[in-house]
Each structure stands twice: as C-alpha cells, then as structure tokens.
Design a binder for this molecule. Structure first.
Ligand code: FE2
Length: 197
C-alpha cells in the first residue's frame, strides 16, 4: 500500500505556545509530506511494494538507505503527531506509571533520561521510550532510525531534527524537550501502545 500523509489529530493552533502553527505547517505539510512522496517513489519496483510501513522500515534497514530513511521518517511522524495533544503532559495512566516506576525508579528519572537522550543525540534524530524484552528503556537514534530496527517497540518518541523546534526555540533544544515532556505528551496514546507492546 502506498504511504499516505495522515491529517493532524488537532488544529494547527492547538499546541501553541509550546509548538506553533508555523512549525506544524512546515513540519507536517512540507517535511512529512516529502517523506511520503519520496518514500512512494522509492518503493516503486521494490520487493516492499504493498507491505505495511513497519515491514518496509524493518526490511529496508541496512539494505536500501534511501527507502529506509523516508519510510522510517514516515513511521516516526505518523506517531509523533499522535504522541502530542493540547494540554498534554501531566498524569500518566496507572499501569504505565507503575511500570515506569518499576524500571526507572520514578517518573522524574524517566523525564531526566528522556530529555538527556534528546539533548545528547548529536545532529538530527530522535529520543525514545521503548519496550525491549519486557522492560522500558530510553534510547536515541540518528536521522530516520527508530527502535523497531533494534528489536524494540517504540511507545514514545520526540523528533530532535531542527525542523521540529528551530522556529519556536531556535537553538534551545533542551527547552523544547522540556516543553514536549511537560506540556505536549499524549500519555493516553503512549499507554495504548504500551498495552499492545
Ligand atoms: Fe520531523
């Protein structure tokens, strides 16, 4: 099946002041759309035509860099829009919170580790909360890579490409990461992915 650009699950103004309309217009309408279009062009004539985006991501990793980069970014952004919501952050659903405390010691330790992963990802990439071998782990990846290709299931990710924060935060990536964790995360969606991981 061809890749398709999903609609944002909220209005372009809904995440302000933490993420502006201008950022969402560029990020969703131009950057994500480019990954969709490039991915579809690169899919043509390959063994991956008709496969799910997850299958394309895992199957093309290490074999077809152009296709992988675009398919990876398509997958990452499909979820990134849903990992945020207006008035996000705050309370974490019980089961997930229990597991976070079990594996990290506290929610504030997870927050610290997650922000640190985003801050220390050199250049473009992503920071993640993922489930690996039954345990929650924080990781970071370059460019379009994600935990799927490392045998883990991503349940929360934050885009640290400059296109995600430069309009609103300029060079202050740590401020963007703090605002993401404290004011944007849609923990209900994270909990839904956790329950299926
Ligand atoms: Fe992005």
């Amino acid at each position: 099946m061809a890749f398709e650009l999903p609609e944002l699950p909220y209005s372009y103004d809904a995440l302000a002041p933490y993420m502006s309309r201008e950022t969402l217009e560029f990020h969703h309408d131009k950057h994500h759309l480019a990954y969709v279009n490039n991915g579809n062009n690169l899919l043509k004539g390959t063994e991956f035509e008709g496969k799910s985006v997850e299958e394309v991501v895992v199957g093309s990793f290490g074999k077809n860099a152009g296709l992988f980069n675009n398919a990876g970014q398509h997958y990452n952004h499909i979820h990134f829009w849903k990992w945020m919501k207006p008035n996000g952050g705050g309370a974490i659903p019980g089961e997930l919170e229990k597991k976070i405390v079990e594996d990290f010691g506290s929610v504030s330790k997870l927050r610290e580790d997650f922000i640190q992963a985003g801050v220390t990802q050199f250049g473009s990439g992503w920071a993640w909360l993922a489930v690996k071998d039954g345990k929650l782990v924080v990781t970071k990846t370059p460019n379009g890579e994600n935990p799927l290709v490392h045998g883990a299931t991503p349940i929360l990710g934050v885009d640290v490409w400059e296109h995600s924060y430069y309009i609103d935060y300029r060079n202050l990536r740590p401020k963007y990461l703090e605002a993401f964790f404290d004011n944007l995360v849609n923990w209900d969606y994270v909990a839904e992915l956790y329950s299926k991981a």
